[in-house]
Write a protein that binds this ligand. Structure first.
Ligand SMILES: NC(=O)c1ccc[n+]([C@@H]2O[C@H](COP(=O)([O-])OP(=O)(O)OC[C@H]3O[C@@H](n4cnc5c(N)ncnc54)[C@H](OP(=O)(O)O)[C@@H]3O)[C@@H](O)[C@H]2O)c1
Length: 284
């Protein structure tokens, strides 16, 4: 097994740096450059001139009501931002490693998938992820696409939203609780990013733990660790009323495995949901 203990000394440029994942990556790599979303192509090209790695995380929040105008925001904030960064890197003749975000929403529901899976989700999420990845693949240097699962941390993403109701004993499974959640601990995510950088890995990587769980298992584990009941199911209909088509993010069932990370020799510190939630709750 390869280990990942030597800190990377090179320069890393990050877009979407102020977000949940970006903040954790910035802490891990103090020698970073922030790519603000207001920068134009020329300014980005200047900033990334000395970068060894560019990490592209920008994207407007997905758990919202998807009106037709918000869908445009979701698309623009990912695809146009990625296109601009890639154009700047190509213009600068960069050979930096590009790590560009995507999501496991690219895979269809109810199919076990690792990176060899050819099927694509036929809805908005699949289309968005495909176009996002295609924009990153325009880069003429080395690139890896990171398909994030549900990233768990106490200070952002899904867990931050779930903790307050669960702490009040008002949590519960979504619908029947049978939908599969493919998740990854934020600490493992940051370690995996460091690992991919050191290996100068290219290609597609599912950023998920090797043990996806059902929504019911997730709910039960979280409520047991918090010593609170979680008996009130969240009706799917209610989510659809509030979020419209955007409810798909919460009601979908993605069973995704990190085939490539495991093959490359990455070792997870928190492969199991109980260990992950336990340490995240202690931190949060
Ligand atoms: N967290 C997860 O579980 C998860 C799962 C699947 C995919 N992802 C994807 O991974 C990326 C990072 O996730 P995250 O949880 O860190 O997201 P986040 O906390 O919402 O942060 C995303 C960042 O994107 C930038 N941004 C927001 N609106 C934008 C807009 N309209 N145009 C351009 N940039 C905009 C902002 O950074 P600046 O203000 O610094 O520009 C923001 O901090 C996102 O693209 C997200 O869709 C995350």
């Amino acid at each position: 097994m390869k280990t990942c203990n030597n800190p990377f000394q090179g320069r890393i440029a990050i877009s979407g740096a102020s977000g949940f994942i970006g903040s954790h990556i910035r802490q891990r790599f103090p020698n970073h450059i922030v790519l603000n979303r207001g920068l134009d192509r020329e300014a980005i090209a200047k900033r990334i001139r000395d970068a060894d790695v560019v990490i592209n995380l920008a994207g407007a929040p997905i758990i919202r009501r998807w009106t037709s105008s918000y869908k445009k925001v979701l698309i623009r904030s990912r695809i146009e931002t990625t296109r601009k960064i890639v154009a700047a890197m190509n213009m600068a003749g960069s050979q930096a490693l590009l790590l560009s975000a995507s999501a496991i929403g690219i895979y269809p529901d109810n199919i076990k998938c690792d990176e060899s899976c050819r099927e694509i989700d036929r809805g908005f999420l699949g289309d968005l992820a495909c176009r996002w990845e295609a924009a990153a693949m325009e880069y003429r240097g080395p690139a890896a696409i990171l398909r994030f699962g549900v990233i768990l941390g106490p200070d952002g993403g899904a867990l931050k939203m779930m903790l307050p109701p669960f702490r009040l004993g008002l949590g519960g499974p979504i619908g029947t609780g049978r939908n599969i959640v493919s998740w990854m601990d934020i600490e493992d995510l940051v370690a995996a990013v460091g690992f991919l950088i050191r290996e100068r890995a290219t290609g597609i990587f599912n950023m998920v733990s090797p043990y996806p769980v059902t929504n019911m298992e997730f709910t039960r584990t979280l409520s047991q660790l918090l010593r609170r009941p979680a008996i009130l199911p969240v009706p799917v209909l209610l989510l659809k009323l509030v979020l419209g088509q955007g409810a798909e993010v919460l009601t979908g069932s993605k069973e995704v495995y990190p085939g490539k990370l495991l093959k490359e020799g990455f070792q997870f510190n928190y492969p199991k949901i109980e260990d992950s939630l336990k340490h995240l709750i202690e931190k949060g």
